[in-house]
Structure formats: structure tokens, C-alpha cells
Ligand binder design. Sequence first.
Ligand code: ACM
Ligand code: ZN
Length: 652
Amino acid sequence: MHGLLVAAIICALVSGPEKIIPRPASYRTGEKTFVYDGKVKEVKASRSFARQVDKLGIPDFARDEAYALEVTPKGVTINALTDKGLFRGRTSLDMMLEYGDTLRCCSILDWPRFAHRGLLLDESRHFRGKDYILKELDQMSKLKMSVLHLHFTDGAGWRFQTEKYPLLATRGGWRIGDTYKQWEYYGYNFGCEGDGYSYGGYFTKDDLREIVKYASERYITVVPEIEMPGHSIEVVKTYPETACLAPDGSRVMNHSVCPGSEATFELFQAVIDEVVDIFPGKYIHIGGDECNKSAWRNCPACRRRMEEKGIKDVNGLQSYLVQRMERYVNSKGRSIIGWDEILEGGLAPNATVMSWRGTAGGKQAVAMDHDVIMVPTSRCYLDYYQDAPVFEPEAIGSAYLPCERVYSYDPGRDFSEQDIHHVLGLQGNLWCEFIPTVAKAEYMLYPRAFAIAEIGWSPQEVRDWKEFRPRAIDYIEVIKSHGYNAFDLSAEKGNRDEMYKRLDHLAKGRPLTFNKPYDKGYHGSWDVTLNDGLFGSWEFPDDRWLGFRDGVDVTIDLGEVKDLHYVGGSFWAHAPEAICPPEKVEVWLSDDGNDWHLAGYRIREIPDAAKDIMVVELTVPLVDKGRYVRFKALRRDLPECKLMFLDEVIVL
Ligand code: ACM
Ligand code: ZN
């Protein structure tokens, strides 16, 4: 074999710190190698390492996770202040060993940037159970993640066995409809455990104790979320005394519990009692997001509560519930986390805010001296499409969040140096409305969870997408060999090809008249959108897709009579969001703007719901002339079709 080739192969088989995810804060490598002999010298709390940590100015929260890992020709040594630090060091060693026993001699000095490096797993919308959670905890641990946010009580299923309110699990954990859409379709109903036709399940207390123990052995804290007062139809339907009253005295079976009813507090406080018994961590998440407060306005119990407490509106009523629950949780020695809606109506005094609707909630909470966890949808929602939506399994909405975009997030960038201590960290949220199986959950998680882990751990200045990407691709192969599913980042299609194009065509930049208006809520780049030579991306709706409520009808003045060969455009279609392509496009031509003739038309052949997301091109070939081009996109007025989106009217 050629000498260089041999050298290259040997080199490829030598592993080192450059393989580790998350990338260490600092490392140096040497020329020599060491063949791992299965032995590690672990040194806990040595004076010299403590001095090193002091000298580096590692923040207090990070000291117990800091470690130094030395690989020399004689062996491997790990230094740390605590068992947790030693564990993180061994984790780095294990990750290097995934690529072979021959290690490059190196010296790693490493500690986390943020304390909270988390994943939210949603076991409410689909229940996969304990073994899945244990499996993902294993992977989280390899990525040095520190928090599992267990979203296991939501409308679509209550997954927490409780003694005082057993029906929450035995009925509220068993819905009618295997899928989320079926459950919606059948009216958000529940059967009961063992009835043979309901879908569901729940964690027993023993399951949860095992999960907590397994996590803590890996230095991961489980944050349970007991969702209230919205996303709670499973509570309302199993214990109707927690529902609001309509003026006629009947119960309102919607998604929100009644903050006027004492029964609501009795139930949630009893649940908290059982929760603190199982979950030892500091935080209990109490939800607070997307609460429909409409029934509260007319409910006699809610109105009485507002009068008694001098509460002026329904936001104040939500705040009353959150603050009262906070006092209860605090009385148990724990603290609450809530979604950023808990800022509305008055923030609970000791609450940590999870900022999901962008970063504004996080900034507002920090300005009020509260801690925050950053989970903005545009960077951290792992239920979004990670590649070209038209080729991907169904995800949520039509949102596009490729791994690179996740990786580009820096939770520190919205905060000053004095305030950054309030940013506990970030997490990836895997909502599971459309994710029924373990395989699909893992496909959505990995490799984007690698990116979340690295953002949370590694200093911003050592992070670089170009360097991360091949490391992530290698690690995808590793986790696949351990039985995980993952998205194939090496075969990523990327953003829509057309969005990189600039097309000079006859209509570009010419005066364009809207005979029917576009929707100002979906304004793209306003009037120029349809003839700026630019095409829409997968980041729908971006500034290149223009939305219409009543079809498209535009006229373009080409300035003089021209030979015409082609008029057409591309339409975005997504049936679940009522975004439909036209059934027909027509091209009308005129030399003077008065006399028009129909030059051609095209009827769409693909049915509306052929695929959840499509980009439908409709073009009309012509052999004709004209100065004025009128382009119409038409469809029947159907309740399931509210919007039409077009990115460019191309005239050639
Ligand atoms: C959320 O995504 N509703 C927190
Ligand atoms: Zn009420």
C-alpha cells in the first residue's frame, strides 16, 4: 500500500478531542498517541485543579461540571472538583473512544457555558413510555445535557399516575383517537384505561422514580411540567368541577380550567404534593401558555373571584392562579418555571420564565431581575421541518428549522454581560402532535439536539458551523450504530433551490397593479414582491411569499409590446393551514390596456390534499405579443381554502 495512504488510514483511526460534541471549551493536542488500556486515573478535588479553576474564573454554577482530561503516552487522567465533573470528563473520553482505541495525546480543560442544557420531550400528545425516556436520557448524557423537561400533562393526555385524582391518568390518559388529528376530529374526548378502543397510557410512580434515578445517575435533572390553566381539557373532562360555568349553569368543556373554582386549586395542589414526592429537583414547570380565557369572562365563579380580589381582567385572573400556585410550590421548597405568557397580568415574584415566543419575554423577565430559559421557536422548536418540507415526514405548520439555523442561535446575544447570569440556558422542544413513534422522535431530535447541546455547553467563540457539521455527521453514524434513528445531515437538501436564484425576466421591476389586494398580514416585501426577480424559501412565510385571500389578479405594464413565450408562477400549498393553490391560472394580454384577449390558461391537475406541503408551479406557454400582461389565479371559495401564496409572476 502507498505510504501516504497508510498514514492517512492510521490518522483516520486516531481519535481525539476534535471529535467531541459539545466541543470542549479548550484543548491542546500532541503528536504522540496512546492506545487506551481501559484504565482512567480519576483525581477528585485536588488543590492544583481547584487553583486552575479559580485562575480561569470559571463561574460558580459551572465549577462542579468542570474537568481536565489528559491523555499522555502513559495513560488517561481526569481531574475534577466533584463526581459530576469526573462524570463529564469520562463522557468526553467515551465519545473519543467511539472512534477507536487509539487516542491522540491531548489536554482538555472544559466547563459549561450555561447550567440549563435541556430537551423537552412531549409524552402527552403521544405516549411512548419509560424505555424511550431512558434511551434518550442516555443520549442526553453523552451530549452533557443537564435537564429533561418532561411535558407529560396536556390536553391530549395526562401521563402522571396520581392517587388523589386517579381519573386524570386512567381516563385523561386515554383519549379517543390514536393520532392527535383524530382526537381533535372526534371532539377531544376520552375513554378509559382498558376499554379496548382508547389510545394512551401513563407513567406509574415506579416508572417515574426509575426515570428520575436514571437521570440523576447521569447528572440530569427532570423538570416535570404540570400544565395549567390552558392546555387542560383532560383535567376539565375528568374532573368537571374544575371547569368554568356558563351563565346557564352548565359546565364549559373547553381547554382551560376555572381559576374561580376552589376545586381547581385543590386538584392542582394535590397533584403538586405528589409531584414533589417523586421529582427532587428545584423546579416545577406549571405551564401557563396559550390559555383560552374566553369562558372566564362570563363564568360566575371567575367573576366573583375577580370582584373579591380586585382583579381587572382575565390576564389578571391567570396571574392570580399562577401566583397562588407559585406560593404553594414555594411552600414545598421548590420554584416554578412558566412559559412567557406568565408575564401577562403580573409576573409571579420568584418565577423563572421560559421564553418561547421569540426572545422578548426573556428580555422583559431579565429586566425585572428574573431568571430565564431561552427556547425561541425560530431556533429551538425541534418539531419544525429540518429539511425541504416537501420531502420530509409531516412536521408542524410549515415552519423550517434546519440544523444550521438551530446552531446559529446564541442565547447570550440578547443580554448584557451584567445580565447574562439570569440566562440559565436553553433547550430544544420536541412537541409531538405529529410524532407518534420513537423512530420519528429521534429523527426530529438528532442531530439538532447535538446543536442545542453545543450551544449550551461550548463558549460562543469556539463554535463554528463549518467545523461542527462534519463532527455531527460522524456522530450521527455513531448513534445509529447504537440503535438510534437520526436525520441524515450529509444528505440534507437545504433551502429551496429557487431562493438562491435571481431571475431577470420581462416583468421584473415593471409597474405592477393589484386588481385584487394582497393580505397585509402576509405582505412579503409589499408591492414589489411579485416582480423583484426573487423566489420564496422554505422559511414560509418569508419576505418573498405574498398572501392573497381572494385569488391573485395583477396587471404588469411591460412598457412596449413584446414577444411573449411564458407566464407563470409558483404557489405554496399546505392544506392543514388552509393554504391552497389555485385551480386555474389565466393570462390575458393587451397592447393598449383596453382591448384584452385570453392568451392562455392552465388548469391544475394535482388534487388539493395530495401532500401536506407542496409548491405548485402553474405556467402558461405562449406564442403571442402584448404590452400589458394580466395574470389571474383562481379558485372556488371553499371554507378549507382561506389563503393563496405566490412568490413571483414570471414573464418571458
Ligand atoms: C408552547 O409552545 N406553547 C410553549
Ligand atoms: Zn371560571
